[in-house]
Write a protein that binds this ligand. Structure first.
Ligand code: GLV
Ligand code: MN
Ligand code: MN
Length: 405
C-alpha cells in the first residue's frame, strides 16, 4: 500500500459515523461494528488473524517465524472526537496494517500485533484511553461503572456490543511483547513550520481532566434583579476567563474548557446549573498539578462571591510519559536510514502510548499535520509523508529483525 491508498482507507473509515453530519465515533457505538469489519478485512488480507477483545479493541496478529515468542505491538485508536478529521488515531491503525502488508508474508523473528483501540478520546464517558487501559490491565471496577449521558455504564456498553466484560483479563498485553510503536499525526503546527515530514516523539505531556459544577439558582430572567441573582453561567464564564489568563501566563501550560452543560437552558431563565469540563496539560507534572489546584481554588472563590456552590470531580490524572530512550534512538536511526531528517520532539496531545508505557517500552512517530489542524474536519496528511512513515517503519522492522535474529 502506498500513501494515497492508506489515506483512501482512512477516508473510507471516516464515512462510518454516528452522526449524519460530521464524523463522530464514540466507545463501541454502532458504526464501530462496520469499522471492525472493514479494518479486520484489511488485517486478514495482510496475513493477520483477527479478533475483538472484551474492551472492543480490534486486534490482528501476524505470526513470526515458527517458535518465535516475542511480539511487537503497533496501534492507535479508532474512536473520534465530535466533528472529527479522518486521521487522528485511524491513520496509525491503517499505517500499521500497511506496514505488515509490506512484508508480503515474510516471517520475522517476532510476531506483530496491530491493535485498533476502541477508545482514546474520552468523549462518551469523560475518561479517555478505555481501549489501551484494557491492555495495561487498568480497565477495572470504577471505570467499568462509569456512566455516559444516557446512564449506560462502560460495562453495559461492552455487553451491548456483544462482548463479555468478565473476559477483560484476556485483553492484557500478551507475554513476550517487547515494544509498542504508534504512528500518529502531529496534530500541531511544528513539523509543518519546519518543513519536516516526520517527528520522533521523546515524551508525552501529562494531562488532568475534570468536571467543575457551578450550582446557583434558576429564576425568572425578567423579574430577578441583577444584584439578587445566583447565575451559575455568569460564575462559570468569569472562571473560564481566569483559566485562559492563567494558562497564557504559565509557559508550556494548556488549559481548556471545551464542554459546558447549562440547565435549565432557556433564554428567559437565569442559569441555575453549569457543568464545565477542564483539561489541563503540561510536560512537568508538578506544574500541571499546581495549576489544576489553582484553577479549582479560583472557581471556589468566584462561586463564593456570587452565592454559587462549586464542586469538582477528577476523571483522569495521567502523568507525563517518557518514550523509551533506546526505542526512540532506534526509531530515530530508522528515520535517518529511510533518508529523512531526524527531528525529536515532545507531544502535547495524549496518546495510547502513555498508557502502554506502564507495561512496555513505547515509541511514537509523528507525521506532519498540514496547517497544524486536528480535532477538526479539515485535519489532513500528505501522501508523501505517509510514504515516509512507512519507509521509516520498514527500516525499524529491519533493525529489530537484526536484533532479534
Ligand atoms: C487526544 O486526542 C487528546 O490529546 O486529547
Ligand atoms: Mn484525538
Ligand atoms: Mn489520537
Amino acid at each position: 500500500m502506498r500513501g494515497e491508498e492508506i489515506i483512501g482507507c482512512c477516508r473510507e473509515l471516516a464515512a462510518l459515523s454516528e452522526t449524519p453530519e460530521g464524523l463522530l465515533r464514540t466507545f463501541l457505538c454502532e458504526p464501530m461494528h462496520d469499522v471492525h469489519a472493514l479494518a479486520g478485512h484489511w488485517m486478514e488480507a495482510a496475513g493477520m488473524e483477527v479478533a475483538t477483545d472484551a474492551a472492543g479493541n480490534l486486534r490482528g496478529v501476524y505470526p513470526g517465524k515458527s517458535g518465535s515468542t516475542r511480539r511487537l505491538l503497533l496501534g492507535s485508536h479508532l474512536d473520534t472526537v465530535p466533528d472529527a478529521g479522518a486521521f487522528d488515531g485511524v491513520l496509525g491503525v491503517v499505517l500499521a496494517i500497511a506496514l505488515v502488508d509490506s512484508l508480503g508474508g515474510r516471517r520475522l523473528p517476532f510476531s506483530i500485533e496491530v491493535a485498533g483501540f476502541s477508545e482514546e478520546e474520552g468523549v462518551r464517558f469523560g475518561a479517555p484511553f478505555l481501549g489501551s487501559r484494557a491492555l495495561a490491565g487498568t480497565l477495572d471496577g470504577p471505570l467499568l461503572a462509569r456512566c455516559d449521558a444516557a446512564g449506560n455504564s462502560v460495562a453495559d456498553a461492552i455487553r451491548a456490543f456483544g462482548l463479555d466484560p468478565s473476559r477483560l483479563p484476556e485483553a492484557r498485553v500478551a507475554a513476550g511483547v517487547f515494544a509498542y510503536l504508534e504512528f500518529h499525526i502531529e496534530q500541531g503546527p511544528l513539523l509543518d513550520s519546519l518543513g519536516l515530514p516526520l517527528g520522533v516523539v521523546t515524551s508525552i505531556a501529562g494531562q488532568s481532566r475534570l468536571t467543575v459544577d457551578f450550582r446557583g439558582k434558576a429564576n425568572h430572567a425578567g423579574t430577578t434583579p441583577m444584584h439578587l441573582r445566583q447565575d451559575a453561567l455568569a460564575a462559570a464564564a468569569r472562571w473560564i476567563s481566569v483559566v485562559e489568563r492563567h494558562a497564557r501566563a504559565t509557559p508550556c501550560l494548556t488549559a481548556t474548557v471545551g464542554a459546558l452543560g447549562v440547565r435549565p437552558g432557556a433564554g428567559n431563565v437565569v442559569p441555575g446549573e453549569v457543568r464545565a469540563s477542564l483539561d489541563v496539560r503540561h510536560p512537568d507534572d508538578a506544574v500541571r498539578c499546581r495549576s489544576s489546584a489553582a484553577l479549582l481554588s479560583a472557581a471556589q472563590r468566584i462561586g463564593d462571591r456570587r452565592g454559587v456552590a462549586v464542586a469538582w470531580e477528577s476523571h483522569m490524572d495521567q502523568p507525563a510519559t517518557a518514550c523509551d530512550p533506546a526505542l526512540v534512538e532506534a526509531l530515530a536511526h530508522a528515520v535517518g536510514a529511510a533518508g529523512y531528517p531526524v527531528h525529536r520532539m515532545p507531544s502535547g496531545a495524549g496518546h495510547d502510548a502513555m498508557v502502554l508505557a506502564s507495561r512496555i517500552p513505547v515509541a511514537m512517530l509523528f507525521l506532519r499535520s498540514p496547517g497544524g489542524v486536528s480535532h477538526h474536519p479539515e485535519e489532513t496528511v500528505k501522501a508523501e509523508d505517509v510514504d515516509a512513515a512507512l519507509a521509516a517503519g520498514a527500516a525499524l522492522l529491519a533493525e529489530l529483525e537484526r536484533r532479534h535474529a
